[in-house]
Ligand binder design. Structure first.
Ligand SMILES: Nc1ncnc2c1ncn2[C@@H]1O[C@H](COP(=O)(O)OP(=O)(O)OP(=O)(O)O)[C@@H](O)[C@H]1O
Ligand SMILES: [Mg+2]
Length: 494
């Protein structure tokens, strides 16, 4: 029996897994890493620390399944986060700028005022927001003081890790991660000369773009596993979750409730026209060249509001208290919490929005706040799904849920009520890591087809709407008023 290892290098932690041929996790290891907040609205990571966490967790997982032959490694990562390093030394030239970072909000306004939105939207399927890599790279090469020498290498976290796993032999990425840089033409599946020029990207620093499933290279000594293991699947974390949820048919949709929440709908092999408020993105490209596109709603803060309840307010000691505490009251007593900590993503795209708690009365307690946090996850998801349906004409008839916060049955119920469709959660909620393992195992013959993978998906819980549409809509109307209070709040340029 061959196993597949998978690395999920997320925003707050790295988790590595060993999966068997049935897609069941045999072993896992996790390591958190440091979040740097040098100024309000700025978020940075140390790429070396992420690499060290990958090596450590891979080593731990390998040690737990010492006798199984490893067929392949899959790699999935936080997206858009921008790493620059020196090819000679392999060392980063600056801290990585994280996807949540808002420092280039002013630059995005400038680009929009100069009329560049249309070309960005047409080529990349994205919007002009600091979320994506291009303005972060531009900042690094300007104010960041990173020299544009011939040894400069740029990449998202996948490229950085692949480079090191292969001992500097491979500088590559795949279309899903590339499509989040704002430099990639999602129709031509190639770097856009026009955008490379607009953002002043030096020639030669971009990674080569290869299919998401296929052999990228092999490991070298010092990665935590033996040398010579093929790295054969790479995807952004949300694309990987879509794959791990077996959303292979056009129209199938998943939402991952993690630090943020990301609703992705598979829209098939043809790149659709841009949809107002949403992103169009490459989901994956298989070894035979077939491409799947996705419509995406990117919600920046959902689970992070739980972390804030715990670390910022001390309202709870552990994330796991949130569900029971929220369920201990029937409603929030009119309280709404808009977790716009780093602005708002889909469908608002407002980097100047900041968090708000409204409707507090003398009767408001910690349970109401906890419930408001959980409700906000469901409302934000509804905003995105409403936009998807209104603009694309595609109905979401069923939502597959995963991610750390999806363990809360209350959340699934609130979500089903808000969307008025069933919401289901699979047995294996580590769909992100599983998706990367699937991409890698497909390339190395562990699995033969998408049908075989789809057959492995197992239901844990399915929840149907309980509230009627009118009462769900009344609650949602209050949420929309609260969002208006949060928008445009920051005045400091980011
Ligand atoms: N038992 C729980 N009940 C409610 N929420 C939880 C629970 N466990 C974790 N969470 C929330 O889930 C989130 C983490 O989920 P997950 O690990 O899927 O996030 P992620 O975004 O993938 O992480 P990363 O930042 O490493 O990518 C945290 O924000 C946490 O608040
Ligand atoms: Mg994750």
């Amino acid at each position: 029996m061959a196993i597949v290892l998978s690395i999920d290098a997320g925003t707050s932690s790295v988790r590595s897994f060993a999966f068997d041929e049935a897609g069941a996790p045999l072993a896992s290891a996790a390591r958190e890493f440091t979040q740097h907040y040098p100024r309000p609205g700025w978020v940075e990571h140390d790429a070396e620390e992420i690499l060290a966490a990958v090596v450590a967790t891979l080593g731990e997982v390998r040690a737990r399944v010492p006798d199984e032959p490893v067929a392949a490694i899959g790699l999935t990562v936080q997206r858009e986060t921008t790493v620059v390093w020196d090819r000679r030394t392999g060392r980063p030239l600056h801290r990585a700028i994280v996807w949540q970072d808002r420092r280039t909000a002013g630059r995005c306004d400038q680009l929009e005022a100069a009329g560049h939105l249309e070309v960005v939207r047409a080529r990349t399927g994205l919007v002009l927001d600091p979320y994506f890599s291009a303005t972060k790279l531009e900042w690094l090469l300007g104010e960041g003081g990173v020299p544009a020498t011939g040894d400069l290498a740029f990449g998202t976290v996948d490229s950085w890790l692949l480079w090191h796993l292969t001992g500097g032999a491979v500088h590559a990425t795949e279309p899903g991660n590339a499509s989040r840089t704002m430099l990639f033409d999602i129709r031509d599946l190639a770097w856009s000369g026009e955008l490379v020029e607009l953002f002043g990207v030096p020639a030669g620093c971009l990674p080569e773009v290869r299919p998401s499933s296929g052999r990228f290279g092999v490991t070298v000594e010092g990665c935590g596993v033996e040398a010579g293991i093929p790295v054969s699947g790479i995807a952004g974390d949300q694309q990987a979750a879509l794959f791990g949820q077996a959303c292979f048919e056009p129209g199938t949709t998943k939402n991952t409730y993690g630090t943020g929440s990301f609703v992705l709908m598979n829209v098939g092999p043809e790149c659709p026209e841009p949809v107002e408020g949403l992103l169009t993105t490459v989901a994956w490209q298989l070894a035979d060249g077939t491409v799947a596109y996705a419509l995406e709603g990117a919600i920046f803060s959902t689970g992070s509001a739980i972390q804030w309840l715990r670390d910022g307010l001390g309202v709870i000691d552990e994330a796991a208290e949130t569900g029971p505490l929220a369920a201990s009251v029937d409603d929030t007593g009119g309280v709404y919490l808009v977790p716009a900590f780093t602005g708002l993503g889909s469908p608002w795209w407002d980097p100047y929005a900041r968090g708000a708690v409204v409707g507090i009365t003398r009767g408001t307690g910690r349970a109401h706040l906890a419930r408001a946090v959980v409700e906000a996850m469901a409302y934000q998801t509804r905003d995105v799904v409403d936009a998807m349906q209104a603009a694309s004409g595609r109905e979401v008839v069923h939502l597959r849920a995963d991610g750390g916060a999806s363990v809360m049955d209350l959340l699934l119920q609130l979500q089903a009520d808000q969307l008025q469709v069933p919401v289901s959660r699979p047995v294996n909620q580590e769909t992100t890591a599983l998706g990367a393992a699937y991409l890698a195992g497909l390339a190395e013959g562990v699995w033969g087809s998408l049908d075989e993978l789809a057959a492995q998906w197992q239901l844990d819980v399915e929840v149907s709407p309980r509230a009627d549409r009118a009462s769900a809509d009344a609650l949602h109307a209050g949420w929309r008023r609260a969002v208006e209070r949060a928008r445009g709040w920051a005045t400091d340029g980011a």
